[in-house]
Design a protein around this ligand. Structure first.
Ligand code: IPM
Ligand code: MN
Length: 352
């Protein structure tokens, strides 16, 4: 019987509540599918920072490398200045664990939850492969004449050939294996960002030669947001840089029914990957037992697929889909018709 080591970072706000439901479902599915696991919980987040003044202990990254996967709730605390926890924990882990892919599936389970008119589950079913280690997120830049009328703030997008190519290769492989239409769209801005997206575009078409079975397509990022609303059915797999990927996946989350259901994986195909609901810590809902745990539960399904417990991952996804369609009144916090813990229980009951 396979045994896995899973690191758990419940984090801030509603993170711990949704993580509990993810772990509840993990427990149930492990029994059904016959695998074992150990968890170790880390208290990284805002409370710990306020108490100790330390965002991440020095040993954290090396320790986390010894796990099979990481399950993360949310990072972000209202009493901590924006940026400190995000950069010090979330982005640091993504970078130091070299999780160079941020995989974000966008799938609508029930048209009742789509804000777009006349769009059905088969119309909204695509995946964004977001580069997760470079671009504007690298944090390169400087102030000049800070605080004066002549101040200049420079923020540079850093794109390496190696970084772009490994992301594109992952996207082509993913499309070949999972794409419903075997179509990969590069989302960029070649008409303005003529350095960064020149590199992306050249590399895209070069790598594409090795994947004659994958159709290639290009869309500017502004047009991409328009098509997410107008013709989301055109997309299959989309690959893009870190910043554009951040922006378009929030829009993606909205058309699939909102942050309550949107999950993502920070993936290092050769190392340790980290799975999370993509909405934030939602501090105003903390402790009320009303937040939707399905995004975290879907993140757990992705985690299981990554560690090759595919059957378990699929079983969770099927159960989630079923309760979204047959039980939930809404996907938003407080409107589901069930509490956080009841939604977790419902998923467990529908596992088969
Ligand atoms: C996300 C978040 C993060 C990002 C923030 C919290 C740093 O918005 O995971 O999309 O920008 O990547
Ligand atoms: Mn984001």
């Amino acid at each position: 019987m396979n045994t896995y080591k899973i690191a758990v970072i419940p984090g801030d706000g509603t993170g711990p509540e949704v993580v509990n439901e993810g772990l509840k479902v993990l427990q149930a599915v492990s029994q059904k599918c016959g695998f074992k696991y150990h968890t170790h919980t880390y208290d990284f987040g805002g409370e710990r920072y306020l108490r100790t003044n330390e965002v991440l202990p020095a040993s954290a990254v090396e320790e986390l490398k010894t796990f099979d996967a990481i399950f993360l709730g949310a990072i972000g605390h209202p009493d901590v200045k924006p940026g400190i926890l995000e950069k010090g924990i979330l982005l640091k882990l993504r970078f130091d664990l070299d999780q160079y892919i941020n995989l974000r599936p966008v799938q609508l389970y029930d048209d009742r939850f789509c804000p777009l008119k006349n769009k059905k589950p088969e119309d909204i079913n695509f995946t964004v492969v977001r580069e997760n280690s470079e671009g504007l997120y690298k944090g390169l830049g400087e102030f000049q004449h800070k605080g004066t009328k002549d101040e200049i703030a420079i923020q540079v997008s850093h794109n390496t050939r190696k970084g772009v190519e490994r992301c594109l290769r992952y996207a082509f492989e993913y499309t070949r294996q999972f794409g419903k239409k075997k179509q990969l769209t590069l989302c960029g801005k070649t008409n303005v960002l003529t350095f960064a997206f020149d590199l992306w575009e050249r590399t895209f078409y070069e790598v594409a030669k090795e994947y004659p079975d994958v159709k290639t397509d290009y869309a500017h990022v502004d047009a991409t947001t328009m098509w997410f609303v107008k013709n989301p059915e055109w997309f299959d797999v989309i690959v893009t840089d870190n910043m554009f990927g951040d922006i378009i996946t929030d829009l993606g989350a909205m058309i699939q029914g909102g942050m309550g259901i949107a999950a993502g994986g920070n993936i290092n195909p050769q190392g340790v990957s980290m799975f999370e609901p993509i909405g934030g810590s939602a501090p105003k809902y903390t402790g009320k037992n009303i937040i939707n745990p399905l995004a975290a539960i879907c993140a757990m399904a992705m985690l299981l697929r990554q560690i090759k417990e595919t059957k378990a991952g699929n079983m969770i996804e099927t159960a989630v889909k079923e309760i979204v369609v047959t039980k939930l009144k809404d996907l938003a916090a407080g409107k589901m018709g069930y509490s956080t813990t009841e939604v977790g229980d419902l998923v467990v009951k529908h596992l088969k």
